[in-house]
Design a binder for this molecule. Structure first.
Ligand SMILES: [Zn+2]
Ligand SMILES: [Zn+2]
Length: 143
């Protein structure tokens, strides 16, 4: 599904700005910050001011097309397109890389929670923070 189709699926009025932003988020493997988005827009020669980007992204979040994630370690928020095959990320606190995990680490535990409570989970959020392999190396070499 392309960005334009996603907009119509969620009954959102089409605008070029919405389409471009959604396209960036949909095509990205990593969550993106507003700064990342503005940088990508600049590369595409699309001019959009920061408040417009925020307004559109907030709207996507309200419609549950995009998920806002924040890290306790960083003031920045990151935004990710919500896929049916959702991903979790390992977040490096030094270089700020997001490393996607192929599987949901909590899936079997969540299933048992659902069974126990007769609850249907529609979304969940896991924050995993640490040091990536490269940053660990750099640290051990600098000592
Ligand atoms: Zn790192
Ligand atoms: Zn999960």
């Amino acid at each position: 599904m392309n960005a334009r189709e996603t907009l119509s699926k969620y009954h959102l009025k089409y605008s070029k700005q919405r389409e471009v932003l959604l396209e960036l988020l949909q095509n990205s493997n990593e969550p993106m910050s507003v700064d990342d988005l503005i940088e990508q827009l600049r590369l595409k020669n699309v001019s959009m001011n920061q408040s417009t980007v925020y307004r559109i992204i907030d709207h996507f979040c309200a419609q549950r097309i995009v998920e806002k994630t924040s890290s306790t370690l960083q003031p920045k928020h990151f935004y990710a397109f919500i896929r049916s095959d959702h991903h979790h990320y390992l977040y490096c606190q030094i270089c700020h890389t997001h490393i996607p995990l192929d599987v949901c680490p909590m899936e079997s535990w969540f299933k048992s929670v659902e069974d126990t409570h007769g609850f249907q989970m529609t979304q969940h959020h896991i924050e995993i923070i640490g040091l990536c392999a490269e940053c660990q190396q750099k640290i051990s070499h600098s000592n």
